[in-house]
Design a protein around this ligand. Structure first.
Ligand code: TXA
Ligand code: MG
Length: 323
């Protein structure tokens, strides 16, 4: 792990970005892998560092709502309403891109993803840098997103010029993404801001592309993402003890319940918070801890199928997906 790249020097970080280097930056959601959104060579470095397919588009981070017009065109009223209400914050808007925006950022699409992150260091970085910063989550492709500077150092320490240390991320899971280019605003990725909250601001019902008849889509059709290397299984609370007690498989457990005193097998048992905000805050750090134990499997007790948990359930389902 290359801790010597970790810094709180915003001016140094801005200089690195201006000279085409990669800088990891903190946000309220997860850490981003930053590069100058106007520099194609720097953008290519992001894809190389992550091992990310080139058709996976990147989010552009900006500092001021007024900068939206630098990157997007045909901006609907709904975008201004949402920006006004939720920015800086964990909401990403998909809009029509300006013609000058590099196809490297958008994966060749005519749309662009934009947000203002809510972290004082990164807002300062964006101000000093003076333009847009592309930033996927600062992890290797498909792996667990980082919520601390140390997580970034472990994954991408060799690839970045600096890691701006903003402490643990408050929210802990990636931003909600809403597509505003279709006839109806549609949530494309679940996050801390719910479709209901967005609908309240817009005064209309907002659909989620992953939702059918209010049911949460379960594993199978999901691509593996946010995934530990250790096989990870989501387990119904009632089946947890039977799974843990399998003598042929070592395991670690994330459960809402306390470790039963009668449990005969040796396992690492972590009792996690029943509060969804706290659970999300801790989730990726917990997954990393469990992954590093290198047991045969990580067993995660399924959270309740309630609205407050759907973004977390989405991430857990992907973490447990083998597709
Ligand atoms: O919270 C977050 O959004 C974090 C922080 C660093 O801002 N970033 C993040 O980036 O999660 P990333 O690259 O890991 O995820 C961005 C998602 C991808 O699923 C990508 O496909 C989608 O945004 N995306 C980006 N541009 C898009 C576009 N033009 N149309 C549709 N989806 C887009
Ligand atoms: Mg990511």
């Amino acid at each position: 792990m290359l801790n010597n790249k970790i810094t709180s020097d915003v001016t140094l970080a801005a200089t690195y970005l201006k000279t085409g280097n990669l800088v990891a930056f903190p946000t309220e959601t997860v850490y981003g892998l930053g590069a100058d959104a106007n520099n194609p060579t720097a953008i290519l470095k992001v894809f190389q560092a992550k091992g990310r397919p080139s058709d996976h588009p990147l989010i552009v981070h900006i500092a001021q709502v007024e900068q939206l017009t630098d990157w997007a065109q045909n901006i609907p009223t709904t975008a201004w309403q949402l920006a006004q209400h939720f920015w800086p914050g964990p909401l990403t808007l998909i809009l029509d891109k300006q013609p000058h925006v590099s196809p490297l950022i958008t994966g060749g699409q005519a749309t662009i993803a934009i947000r203002i992150p809510n972290h004082p260091l990164t807002l300062e970085l964006l101000q000093q840098f003076g333009s847009g910063i592309v930033g996927p989550s600062a992890n290797k492709y498909g792996r667990i997103s980082p919520t601390s500077a140390a997580h970034v150092a472990a994954d991408l320490g060799a690839e970045v010029a600096a890691i701006l240390d903003g402490g643990m991320c408050d929210v802990g899971i990636e931003s909600t993404i809403i597509n505003l280019t279709a006839a109806e605003p549609t949530v494309m990725r679940l996050g801390a801001i719910s479709a209901k909250q967005i609908g309240k601001v817009l005064g209309c019902a907002v659909k989620t592309s992953q939702q059918q008849d209010n049911q949460i889509r379960t594993s199978g059709s999901h691509l593996s993402h946010y995934a530990p290397r250790t096989p990870t299984i989501l387990v119904d609370p009632k089946q947890l003890l039977a799974q843990v007690s399998d003598p042929n498989r070592s395991c670690s457990v994330l459960s809402f319940q306390a470790k039963p005193t009668s449990l005969a097998v040796n396992c690492y048992w972590q009792t996690v918070s029943m509060d969804p905000a706290q659970y999300a805050h801790d989730l990726y750090a917990n997954l990393r801890t469990h992954d590093n134990l290198a047991t045969s499997q990580i067993l995660i007790e399924k959270p309740p199928q309630q609205e407050a948990w759907i973004a977390i359930l989405d991430r857990l389902t992907r973490a447990a997906s083998k597709d």
